[in-house]
Design a protein around this ligand. Structure first.
Ligand SMILES: Cc1cc2nc3c(=O)[nH]c(=O)nc-3n(C[C@H](O)[C@H](O)[C@H](O)COP(=O)(O)O)c2cc1C
Length: 367
Protein backbone atom coordinates (compact mmCIF):
# COMPACT_ATOMS: atom_id res chain seq x y z
CA UNK A 1 0.00 0.00 0.00
CA UNK A 2 1.20 3.55 -0.76
CA UNK A 3 2.20 5.74 2.12
CA UNK A 4 0.63 9.19 2.36
CA UNK A 5 4.01 10.74 1.49
CA UNK A 6 4.42 8.55 -1.59
CA UNK A 7 0.89 9.46 -2.71
CA UNK A 8 1.48 13.20 -2.35
CA UNK A 9 4.83 12.97 -4.14
CA UNK A 10 3.36 10.96 -6.99
CA UNK A 11 0.33 13.24 -7.35
CA UNK A 12 2.57 16.30 -7.44
CA UNK A 13 4.77 14.66 -10.04
CA UNK A 14 1.71 13.64 -12.09
CA UNK A 15 0.35 17.21 -12.12
CA UNK A 16 3.75 18.57 -13.09
CA UNK A 17 3.91 16.01 -15.90
CA UNK A 18 0.48 16.62 -17.48
CA UNK A 19 1.37 19.35 -19.99
CA UNK A 20 4.37 17.33 -21.04
CA UNK A 21 2.60 14.08 -21.86
CA UNK A 22 1.99 14.80 -25.56
CA UNK A 23 5.55 16.01 -25.99
CA UNK A 24 6.90 12.94 -24.17
CA UNK A 25 4.98 10.68 -26.55
CA UNK A 26 6.74 12.23 -29.56
CA UNK A 27 10.07 11.89 -27.74
CA UNK A 28 9.33 8.24 -27.01
CA UNK A 29 8.90 7.59 -30.75
CA UNK A 30 12.19 9.39 -31.47
CA UNK A 31 13.83 7.33 -28.74
CA UNK A 32 12.62 4.04 -30.21
CA UNK A 33 13.71 5.06 -33.70
CA UNK A 34 17.19 6.01 -32.46
CA UNK A 35 17.55 2.77 -30.46
CA UNK A 36 16.46 0.70 -33.48
CA UNK A 37 18.75 2.57 -35.90
CA UNK A 38 21.73 1.87 -33.65
CA UNK A 39 20.96 -1.83 -33.92
CA UNK A 40 20.38 -2.01 -37.71
CA UNK A 41 22.14 -4.93 -39.42
CA UNK A 42 25.69 -4.30 -40.58
CA UNK A 43 26.06 -4.01 -44.37
CA UNK A 44 27.91 -6.65 -46.39
CA UNK A 45 31.65 -6.16 -46.03
CA UNK A 46 31.35 -3.51 -43.31
CA UNK A 47 34.29 -1.22 -42.73
CA UNK A 48 35.92 -0.87 -39.31
CA UNK A 49 33.83 2.17 -38.37
CA UNK A 50 30.62 0.29 -39.12
CA UNK A 51 31.80 -2.67 -37.05
CA UNK A 52 32.61 -0.33 -34.16
CA UNK A 53 28.89 0.48 -33.94
CA UNK A 54 28.38 -3.14 -32.87
CA UNK A 55 31.28 -2.84 -30.40
CA UNK A 56 29.51 0.08 -28.70
CA UNK A 57 26.38 -2.04 -28.18
CA UNK A 58 28.30 -3.90 -25.46
CA UNK A 59 27.19 -3.95 -21.85
CA UNK A 60 28.98 -1.27 -19.81
CA UNK A 61 28.69 0.02 -16.27
CA UNK A 62 26.04 2.78 -15.84
CA UNK A 63 26.02 3.01 -19.68
CA UNK A 64 28.75 5.60 -19.20
CA UNK A 65 30.43 4.22 -22.36
CA UNK A 66 33.92 4.73 -20.94
CA UNK A 67 35.66 4.19 -24.26
CA UNK A 68 37.28 5.86 -27.20
CA UNK A 69 38.28 4.11 -30.41
CA UNK A 70 40.87 4.75 -33.09
CA UNK A 71 41.24 3.06 -36.46
CA UNK A 72 44.13 2.43 -38.81
CA UNK A 73 43.25 0.17 -41.74
CA UNK A 74 42.54 -3.29 -40.30
CA UNK A 75 43.61 -2.26 -36.82
CA UNK A 76 41.47 -0.72 -34.09
CA UNK A 77 42.32 0.40 -30.58
CA UNK A 78 39.98 0.71 -27.62
CA UNK A 79 41.18 3.32 -25.15
CA UNK A 80 39.69 3.94 -21.70
CA UNK A 81 37.91 7.30 -21.41
CA UNK A 82 38.75 8.19 -17.84
CA UNK A 83 36.47 11.24 -17.96
CA UNK A 84 33.62 8.70 -17.86
CA UNK A 85 34.75 6.88 -14.73
CA UNK A 86 32.24 6.20 -11.97
CA UNK A 87 34.62 6.64 -9.04
CA UNK A 88 32.19 5.93 -6.22
CA UNK A 89 30.82 2.61 -7.41
CA UNK A 90 34.01 1.69 -9.26
CA UNK A 91 37.00 3.30 -7.51
CA UNK A 92 39.68 1.08 -9.14
CA UNK A 93 38.18 1.06 -12.68
CA UNK A 94 37.29 -2.62 -12.38
CA UNK A 95 33.90 -2.17 -14.10
CA UNK A 96 35.48 0.20 -16.62
CA UNK A 97 37.96 -2.41 -17.87
CA UNK A 98 35.29 -5.13 -17.86
CA UNK A 99 33.22 -2.80 -20.07
CA UNK A 100 36.15 -2.41 -22.49
CA UNK A 101 36.44 -6.21 -22.60
CA UNK A 102 32.73 -6.44 -23.49
CA UNK A 103 33.20 -3.97 -26.37
CA UNK A 104 36.32 -5.79 -27.60
CA UNK A 105 34.42 -9.08 -27.69
CA UNK A 106 31.61 -7.57 -29.77
CA UNK A 107 34.16 -6.22 -32.25
CA UNK A 108 35.87 -9.61 -32.53
CA UNK A 109 32.50 -11.33 -33.09
CA UNK A 110 31.54 -8.76 -35.74
CA UNK A 111 34.91 -9.23 -37.46
CA UNK A 112 34.57 -13.04 -37.47
CA UNK A 113 31.03 -12.79 -38.87
CA UNK A 114 32.29 -10.76 -41.84
CA UNK A 115 35.39 -12.76 -42.71
CA UNK A 116 37.72 -10.58 -40.62
CA UNK A 117 38.77 -12.80 -37.68
CA UNK A 118 40.88 -10.85 -35.21
CA UNK A 119 43.33 -10.97 -32.38
CA UNK A 120 43.45 -8.89 -29.22
CA UNK A 121 46.42 -7.51 -27.34
CA UNK A 122 46.19 -5.54 -24.09
CA UNK A 123 48.93 -2.99 -23.47
CA UNK A 124 49.02 -1.98 -19.84
CA UNK A 125 50.77 1.34 -20.41
CA UNK A 126 49.54 4.92 -19.92
CA UNK A 127 46.17 3.88 -18.53
CA UNK A 128 45.90 0.84 -20.79
CA UNK A 129 44.89 0.23 -24.39
CA UNK A 130 43.35 -2.72 -26.23
CA UNK A 131 44.69 -3.28 -29.75
CA UNK A 132 42.68 -5.44 -32.14
CA UNK A 133 44.01 -6.49 -35.52
CA UNK A 134 41.58 -7.99 -38.03
CA UNK A 135 42.82 -10.49 -40.61
CA UNK A 136 41.15 -12.34 -43.47
CA UNK A 137 39.30 -15.64 -43.12
CA UNK A 138 36.06 -17.51 -43.55
CA UNK A 139 32.94 -15.53 -42.55
CA UNK A 140 31.33 -17.16 -39.48
CA UNK A 141 27.97 -15.62 -38.54
CA UNK A 142 27.66 -17.09 -35.06
CA UNK A 143 24.56 -17.08 -32.86
CA UNK A 144 26.50 -14.77 -30.54
CA UNK A 145 27.06 -12.26 -33.35
CA UNK A 146 23.37 -12.31 -34.32
CA UNK A 147 22.45 -11.64 -30.68
CA UNK A 148 24.53 -8.42 -30.42
CA UNK A 149 21.70 -6.04 -31.44
CA UNK A 150 19.11 -7.98 -29.42
CA UNK A 151 20.97 -8.18 -26.09
CA UNK A 152 19.86 -5.89 -23.30
CA UNK A 153 20.07 -5.67 -19.53
CA UNK A 154 16.54 -6.47 -18.36
CA UNK A 155 15.91 -5.20 -14.83
CA UNK A 156 12.42 -6.60 -14.36
CA UNK A 157 10.76 -9.44 -12.47
CA UNK A 158 11.23 -12.59 -14.56
CA UNK A 159 8.76 -15.39 -15.20
CA UNK A 160 10.35 -18.06 -12.99
CA UNK A 161 10.54 -21.59 -14.42
CA UNK A 162 13.75 -23.53 -14.99
CA UNK A 163 16.64 -23.25 -17.44
CA UNK A 164 17.44 -26.61 -19.04
CA UNK A 165 20.70 -28.41 -18.38
CA UNK A 166 21.49 -28.22 -22.11
CA UNK A 167 21.03 -24.43 -22.13
CA UNK A 168 23.21 -24.07 -19.03
CA UNK A 169 25.92 -26.10 -20.75
CA UNK A 170 25.69 -23.80 -23.82
CA UNK A 171 26.00 -20.74 -21.59
CA UNK A 172 29.06 -22.08 -19.79
CA UNK A 173 30.66 -23.07 -23.09
CA UNK A 174 30.03 -19.61 -24.59
CA UNK A 175 31.51 -17.85 -21.56
CA UNK A 176 34.56 -20.09 -21.47
CA UNK A 177 37.51 -17.69 -21.60
CA UNK A 178 40.89 -18.71 -20.22
CA UNK A 179 41.47 -17.16 -16.78
CA UNK A 180 37.76 -16.76 -15.92
CA UNK A 181 35.55 -19.12 -13.87
CA UNK A 182 31.76 -19.07 -13.96
CA UNK A 183 29.91 -20.33 -10.91
CA UNK A 184 26.31 -21.28 -11.73
CA UNK A 185 23.73 -21.23 -8.91
CA UNK A 186 20.40 -23.01 -9.44
CA UNK A 187 19.63 -24.13 -5.89
CA UNK A 188 16.83 -22.17 -4.17
CA UNK A 189 18.61 -21.96 -0.81
CA UNK A 190 21.84 -20.72 -2.39
CA UNK A 191 19.89 -18.14 -4.36
CA UNK A 192 18.33 -16.94 -1.08
CA UNK A 193 21.85 -16.61 0.35
CA UNK A 194 22.83 -14.45 -2.65
CA UNK A 195 19.69 -12.38 -2.08
CA UNK A 196 20.62 -11.81 1.58
CA UNK A 197 24.04 -10.55 0.51
CA UNK A 198 22.56 -8.33 -2.23
CA UNK A 199 20.17 -6.76 0.28
CA UNK A 200 22.86 -6.20 2.88
CA UNK A 201 25.27 -4.63 0.35
CA UNK A 202 22.50 -2.62 -1.34
CA UNK A 203 21.51 -1.18 2.04
CA UNK A 204 25.12 -0.06 2.56
CA UNK A 205 25.39 1.41 -0.95
CA UNK A 206 22.13 3.34 -0.73
CA UNK A 207 23.15 4.70 2.68
CA UNK A 208 26.11 6.39 1.01
CA UNK A 209 25.08 9.87 -0.25
CA UNK A 210 28.00 9.90 -2.72
CA UNK A 211 26.74 6.68 -4.31
CA UNK A 212 23.23 8.13 -4.64
CA UNK A 213 24.64 11.37 -6.10
CA UNK A 214 26.73 9.49 -8.67
CA UNK A 215 23.82 7.29 -9.68
CA UNK A 216 21.53 10.33 -10.09
CA UNK A 217 24.04 11.91 -12.49
CA UNK A 218 23.70 8.94 -14.85
CA UNK A 219 19.91 8.57 -14.77
CA UNK A 220 18.13 9.96 -17.84
CA UNK A 221 14.63 10.67 -16.59
CA UNK A 222 12.85 11.00 -19.95
CA UNK A 223 13.39 10.14 -23.64
CA UNK A 224 14.39 13.71 -24.46
CA UNK A 225 17.19 13.70 -21.87
CA UNK A 226 18.33 10.25 -22.99
CA UNK A 227 18.37 11.38 -26.64
CA UNK A 228 20.31 14.54 -25.82
CA UNK A 229 23.21 12.62 -24.24
CA UNK A 230 22.75 9.11 -25.67
CA UNK A 231 24.36 7.61 -22.59
CA UNK A 232 23.37 6.81 -19.00
CA UNK A 233 20.51 4.84 -17.55
CA UNK A 234 17.17 5.61 -19.19
CA UNK A 235 14.44 5.49 -16.51
CA UNK A 236 12.20 3.11 -18.43
CA UNK A 237 15.11 0.69 -18.99
CA UNK A 238 15.69 0.54 -15.26
CA UNK A 239 12.03 0.08 -14.31
CA UNK A 240 11.68 3.70 -13.14
CA UNK A 241 9.02 6.30 -14.12
CA UNK A 242 9.43 9.04 -16.73
CA UNK A 243 9.60 12.61 -15.41
CA UNK A 244 10.92 15.98 -16.50
CA UNK A 245 14.60 16.12 -15.56
CA UNK A 246 14.12 18.79 -12.87
CA UNK A 247 11.32 16.77 -11.24
CA UNK A 248 13.27 13.50 -11.50
CA UNK A 249 16.38 15.03 -9.98
CA UNK A 250 14.45 16.77 -7.20
CA UNK A 251 12.49 13.64 -6.23
CA UNK A 252 15.14 10.98 -6.94
CA UNK A 253 16.40 10.64 -3.39
CA UNK A 254 12.85 10.43 -2.02
CA UNK A 255 11.65 7.84 -4.52
CA UNK A 256 14.82 5.79 -4.39
CA UNK A 257 13.86 4.23 -1.09
CA UNK A 258 16.07 1.49 0.34
CA UNK A 259 13.21 -0.70 1.62
CA UNK A 260 11.38 -0.50 -1.70
CA UNK A 261 14.60 -1.28 -3.61
CA UNK A 262 15.38 -4.25 -1.37
CA UNK A 263 11.84 -5.60 -1.86
CA UNK A 264 12.25 -5.16 -5.61
CA UNK A 265 15.56 -7.07 -5.57
CA UNK A 266 13.95 -9.87 -3.53
CA UNK A 267 11.16 -10.24 -6.11
CA UNK A 268 13.59 -10.01 -9.02
CA UNK A 269 16.08 -12.54 -7.68
CA UNK A 270 13.38 -15.00 -6.58
CA UNK A 271 11.93 -14.84 -10.10
CA UNK A 272 15.31 -15.70 -11.68
CA UNK A 273 16.02 -19.43 -12.03
CA UNK A 274 19.76 -18.94 -12.29
CA UNK A 275 22.43 -16.73 -10.76
CA UNK A 276 25.91 -16.73 -12.33
CA UNK A 277 29.08 -15.39 -10.72
CA UNK A 278 32.15 -14.53 -12.83
CA UNK A 279 35.59 -14.63 -11.18
CA UNK A 280 38.91 -13.87 -12.85
CA UNK A 281 42.05 -15.74 -11.80
CA UNK A 282 43.74 -12.45 -10.98
CA UNK A 283 42.50 -9.01 -9.98
CA UNK A 284 44.15 -6.82 -12.62
CA UNK A 285 43.16 -4.91 -15.77
CA UNK A 286 44.21 -7.74 -18.07
CA UNK A 287 41.92 -10.16 -16.24
CA UNK A 288 39.06 -7.67 -15.99
CA UNK A 289 39.12 -7.42 -19.79
CA UNK A 290 38.94 -11.22 -19.92
CA UNK A 291 36.00 -11.20 -17.51
CA UNK A 292 34.28 -8.65 -19.78
CA UNK A 293 34.82 -10.89 -22.82
CA UNK A 294 33.52 -13.94 -20.95
CA UNK A 295 30.47 -12.10 -19.59
CA UNK A 296 29.62 -10.52 -22.96
CA UNK A 297 29.75 -13.93 -24.67
CA UNK A 298 27.64 -15.47 -21.90
CA UNK A 299 25.07 -12.65 -22.13
CA UNK A 300 24.90 -12.99 -25.92
CA UNK A 301 24.43 -16.74 -25.66
CA UNK A 302 21.67 -16.14 -23.11
CA UNK A 303 20.01 -13.73 -25.56
CA UNK A 304 20.32 -16.31 -28.35
CA UNK A 305 18.55 -18.84 -26.09
CA UNK A 306 15.68 -16.40 -25.37
CA UNK A 307 16.95 -15.63 -21.87
CA UNK A 308 17.27 -12.21 -20.20
CA UNK A 309 19.96 -11.13 -17.79
CA UNK A 310 20.59 -8.36 -15.26
CA UNK A 311 23.34 -7.52 -12.78
CA UNK A 312 23.03 -7.93 -9.04
CA UNK A 313 26.55 -6.73 -8.34
CA UNK A 314 26.10 -5.16 -4.91
CA UNK A 315 28.02 -7.91 -3.03
CA UNK A 316 31.06 -7.41 -5.27
CA UNK A 317 30.86 -3.61 -5.38
CA UNK A 318 30.87 -3.01 -1.62
CA UNK A 319 34.45 -3.74 -0.56
CA UNK A 320 33.55 -5.01 2.91
CA UNK A 321 30.92 -7.40 1.47
CA UNK A 322 33.18 -8.76 -1.27
CA UNK A 323 35.44 -10.93 0.88
CA UNK A 324 32.47 -12.43 2.66
CA UNK A 325 30.88 -13.19 -0.72
CA UNK A 326 34.10 -14.83 -1.96
CA UNK A 327 34.25 -17.02 1.17
CA UNK A 328 30.58 -17.93 0.79
CA UNK A 329 31.30 -18.98 -2.81
CA UNK A 330 34.04 -21.26 -1.50
CA UNK A 331 36.85 -19.18 -3.03
CA UNK A 332 38.19 -17.13 -0.09
CA UNK A 333 40.78 -14.56 -1.13
CA UNK A 334 39.50 -14.40 -4.73
CA UNK A 335 37.83 -11.31 -6.22
CA UNK A 336 34.41 -12.25 -7.65
CA UNK A 337 33.89 -9.84 -10.56
CA UNK A 338 30.24 -9.93 -11.60
CA UNK A 339 26.97 -11.36 -10.30
CA UNK A 340 24.23 -11.88 -12.88
CA UNK A 341 20.68 -13.21 -12.72
CA UNK A 342 19.08 -14.99 -15.66
CA UNK A 343 15.54 -15.84 -16.63
CA UNK A 344 12.66 -15.37 -19.03
CA UNK A 345 10.93 -12.00 -19.49
CA UNK A 346 9.63 -9.62 -22.16
CA UNK A 347 12.07 -6.99 -23.40
CA UNK A 348 12.27 -3.48 -21.92
CA UNK A 349 13.22 -0.40 -23.99
CA UNK A 350 16.72 -0.75 -25.42
CA UNK A 351 19.45 1.62 -24.23
CA UNK A 352 21.14 4.25 -26.41
CA UNK A 353 24.78 4.76 -27.39
CA UNK A 354 26.71 7.77 -28.65
CA UNK A 355 27.49 7.62 -32.37
CA UNK A 356 30.86 6.10 -33.31
CA UNK A 357 31.97 9.44 -34.77
CA UNK A 358 31.67 10.95 -31.27
CA UNK A 359 34.02 8.38 -29.74
CA UNK A 360 36.57 8.12 -32.55
CA UNK A 361 39.95 9.77 -32.04
CA UNK A 362 42.86 10.04 -34.50
CA UNK A 363 45.22 7.05 -34.56
CA UNK A 364 48.30 9.15 -33.68
CA UNK A 365 46.61 10.54 -30.55
CA UNK A 366 45.81 7.04 -29.32
CA UNK A 367 49.53 6.03 -29.47
C1 LIG B 1 30.94 -4.11 -15.46
C2 LIG B 1 29.46 -3.86 -15.49
C3 LIG B 1 28.78 -3.59 -14.31
C4 LIG B 1 27.42 -3.40 -14.32
N1 LIG B 1 26.75 -3.20 -13.14
C5 LIG B 1 25.42 -3.08 -13.12
C6 LIG B 1 24.72 -3.00 -11.89
O1 LIG B 1 25.31 -3.05 -10.80
N2 LIG B 1 23.37 -2.88 -11.93
C7 LIG B 1 22.68 -2.85 -13.12
O2 LIG B 1 21.46 -2.76 -13.10
N3 LIG B 1 23.32 -2.94 -14.31
C8 LIG B 1 24.67 -3.06 -14.32
N4 LIG B 1 25.32 -3.18 -15.52
C9 LIG B 1 24.57 -3.14 -16.78
C10 LIG B 1 24.73 -1.77 -17.45
O3 LIG B 1 24.05 -0.78 -16.72
C11 LIG B 1 24.20 -1.88 -18.89
O4 LIG B 1 25.01 -2.75 -19.61
C12 LIG B 1 24.16 -0.51 -19.57
O5 LIG B 1 23.23 0.33 -18.95
C13 LIG B 1 23.80 -0.64 -21.05
O6 LIG B 1 22.56 -1.26 -21.19
P1 LIG B 1 22.37 -2.61 -22.02
O7 LIG B 1 23.15 -3.68 -21.31
O8 LIG B 1 20.89 -2.87 -21.96
O9 LIG B 1 22.87 -2.40 -23.39
C14 LIG B 1 26.70 -3.42 -15.54
C15 LIG B 1 27.39 -3.69 -16.74
C16 LIG B 1 28.75 -3.92 -16.71
C17 LIG B 1 29.49 -4.23 -17.99
Amino acid sequence: MQSRRQFICQSTAAIALMPLVACARADAMDYQTAAAKLRADLPKNPDMQEMLRFATLAANGHNSQPWRFSINGSNASIIPDLSRRTPVVDPDDHHLFISLGCAAENLLLAGAAHGRPGELLFLNTDGGRIDIGLGRGKAEKSALYSAIPKRQTTRSIYQGGRISVADLADLEAAGNVEGVSIHIITDDRQREAVLDQVISANTQQMGNPDFVKEMKQWVRFNPDAALAKRDGLFSLSTGGPIAPTFVGRALFSQFWDVDAENKKYAAQIRSSPVVAVFTGDKANKDNWIKVGRSFQRFALQATALGLRHAHINQPIEVTSARQQFASWLGTPGSRPDLVIRLGYAPALPMSLRRPVTDVLIPWEISR
